[in-house]
Design a protein around this ligand. Structure first.
Ligand SMILES: [Zn+2]
Length: 409
């Protein structure tokens, strides 16, 4: 397996590099090689990319061209092809011994047909290192957050690979997402890497009462929960858990930093949070660390919250790339213009800590069904120098599909 000549995913370079330099490396060392690899080694793409040559891919010199030349794929492509068609044909000896242990997730609903997504150990490792870096960055570089915590800085190791010590060492986090929801799985890896305990119930759909009891029982000082919403397919909602807590103020463990200084961490993922709930967490409960990740089952975290624009997300880069295409055609959009999100999985990490191409299912210019806007990359108050994803809108796949059809190369 080809070793990519790029910085390690835990390197803050990904957040602070000059945008032109970063774009160049992401395009030439990750996105283009993944597309070439897909055309050569992945059955679905071998067929799907028939209309253009490897040389056409090699000539791609900008993200705009990447959006234009590499056809986007949709959930419909996943639903109508066997999941194995998206896995690279590579010999077992090329990858680490955990190969074979795919993490498999069902996604479904929007097209009516559930689809399976497979991530490999290498993919998983790359994703969790990238996502952790965004948490580490907050404690190491963002004064608005770091000022609330004192902790011993330094390096820790998880499964032989480096990560940084943060206030999450020895934290006790309860996961309120449903057991089979990918958020619990990826967070289990992320939080363990950061030295935290993580309690969750595999293969169960926890109720609000379950979570509340677990929080008390483990004297948790953090929660990972979907913020709020109408259906319970994701798990027990944070808003409902906090309502339960507010009704039981005489309990011995309070989910408010104001009354229980040990309770400090709220994590959430996969959906935007409302201004109202965010304000309650910050002003009423005075929680010093609230962190959201944005992503998809297919590519996992692609962006995470900024402490200064807490409902918006900085792109994480590393294992993933997010580009936007216009709502009508296949051109990329200008900064701040609304477009469909195209996500790509363009990296993984082997057991020696080297960055490689993904070894699980490959997703390139995958249209998630979300629309959003992306700023130009400029230096943010949080210290990052990456584009910010904002105004995220869930657009039903069916309506998107009816507007511009299903592209077949
Ligand atoms: Zn920021």
């Amino acid at each position: 397996m080809q070793i990519l000549s790029i910085p390690k995913y835990y390197d803050f370079w990904w957040d602070t590099a000059a945008p032109a330099e970063r774009n160049d490396i992401v395009l030439k060392e990750q996105a283009v090689p993944t597309a070439l690899f897909a055309k050569e080694k992945v059955p679905f793409y071998r067929e799907h990319y028939k209309k253009f040559s490897s040389t056409d891919i090699q000539r791609i010199s900008s993200f705009e061209e990447f959006v234009h030349i590499i056809p986007y794929i949709t959930k419909e492509h996943l639903a109508t092809n066997h999941p194995l068609a998206f896995l690279p044909e590579i010999p077992n000896f090329e990858i680490d011994p955990n190969r074979g242990r795919y993490w498999m997730f069902g996604t479904g609903g929007t097209t009516g047909k559930p689809v399976l997504v497979f991530h490999s150990m290498e993919d998983w490792r790359g994703m969790s290192i990238t996502a952790n870096r965004h948490i580490e960055f907050d404690f190491y570089h963002d004064e608005a957050i770091a000022g609330h915590f004192s902790f011993e800085r330094g390096t820790a190791f998880f499964e032989g690979l480096e990560s940084r010590r943060t206030p999450l060492v020895n934290a006790r986090i309860v996961g309120a997402y449903n057991g089979d929801h990918i958020t619990n799985n990826i967070y289990a890896n992320m939080l363990h890497r950061l030295g935290s305990e993580f309690y969750w119930r595999p293969s169960a759909a926890p109720t609000v009462e379950d979570i509340y009891d677990s929080t008390q029982c483990f004297r948790a000082n953090g929660l990972l929960a979907p913020p709020e919403g109408g259906n319970d397919r994701k798990g027990a909602f944070l808003r409902a858990i906090l309502e339960q807590d507010a009704r039981q103020k005489d309990s011995f463990w309070d989910l408010s930093h104001r009354f229980n200084p040990d309770f400090r961490f709220i994590f959430w993922s996969s959906m935007p949070i409302s201004e109202e709930l965010l304000s309650y967490l910050r002003t009423d409960l005075r929680l010093p660390y609230i962190k959201g990740h944005f992503g998809s089952t297919e590519v996992c975290p692609t962006a995470s919250t900024c402490s200064h624009r807490m409902r918006d997300f900085h792109l994480v880069f590393g294992h993933s790339l997010v580009l936007l295409k216009s709502l009508e055609g296949k051109e990329s959009v200008n900064p701040d213009e609304l477009g469909y999100m195209l996500v790509s999985k363009i990296g993984a990490t082997n057991s020696r800590g080297q960055n490689i191409l993904p070894t699980g299912m490959i997703f390139l210019n995958y249209m998630t069904g979300d629309a959003a806007r992306l700023t130009r990359a400029t230096r943010c108050q949080c210290g990052r120098n990456t584009p910010v994803l904002y105004d995220i809108q869930r657009i039903e796949f069916s309506s998107g599909k009816s507007r511009h059809g299903c592209q077949v190369a």
